[in-house]
Design a protein around this ligand. Structure first.
Ligand code: IMP
Ligand code: MG
Length: 175
């Protein structure tokens, strides 16, 4: 494993995100929604830097691999906070193909959000498939598998305070 973004790099990225959010919303009340589980650290660190009145909630998306189709994303409504008529800031750890962000934006729209602004810590180069771009990405990174600061490999390593790259031989073929 090698370090891609140090703890200090990550902190500066989160500070830039906070600046973006303050410029965008000023003192208006917002609802910040983090995508579970990868955005937990980002969510906790970002909200401490913001001063506008806010509500905080989470959403969860799970993918089910169909027999013939590409895996489908289902958003768990039980966790979704009440966003009707609210300005929403949607947070995720990483924008890869964009399908997750796209599905959750649609879900929040159906729930009546007045507006939805999207921010991610990381964006992978050349992977985009869905017709959506995050409004803010703190870092553009190469197309490598990253862990730490909320991001997992098989549900582990989320606790690392920096972003690391897993090398070829750390990535098993699956059990
Ligand atoms: P997307 O739907 O392809 O944009 O994928 C986004 C989701 O895939 C993220 O919320 C992550 O959970 C996961 N993901 C994508 N790339 C990585 C990675 O490099 N490391 C860990 N998780 C990743
Ligand atoms: Mg995730």
């Amino acid at each position: 494993m090698r370090v891609l973004l140090s703890q200090n790099d990550v902190r500066q990225g989160v500070e830039r995100m906070a600046k973006f959010v303050e410029d965008r919303f000023g003192d208006s009340p917002i609802t910040i929604v983090g995508v579970m589980t990868g955005s937990v650290m980002l969510l906790a660190d970002l909200i401490r830097l913001l001063k506008m009145p806010m509500r905080v909630g989470v959403v969860q998306a799970s993918s089910y691999r169909g027999e013939t189709t590409r895996s489908e994303l289902v958003v768990n409504s039980d966790l979704t906070p009440d966003v009707a008529g609210r300005e929403v800031l949607l947070l995720d750890d990483i924008f890869d193909t964009g399908h997750t962000l796209m599905a959750i934006v649609e879900h929040l729209r159906r729930k009546g959000a007045r507006s939805i602004c999207t921010a991610v810590l990381l964006r992978k180069a050349e992977r985009k498939e869905a017709p959506i771009e995050p409004d803010f990405a703190a870092f553009d990174i190469p197309n490598e598998f990253v862990i730490g600061y909320g991001l997992d490999y098989r549900d582990e390593h989320r606790n690392l305070p920096f972003i690391g790259v897993l090398e070829e031989n750390d990535l098993g073929s699956g059990e």
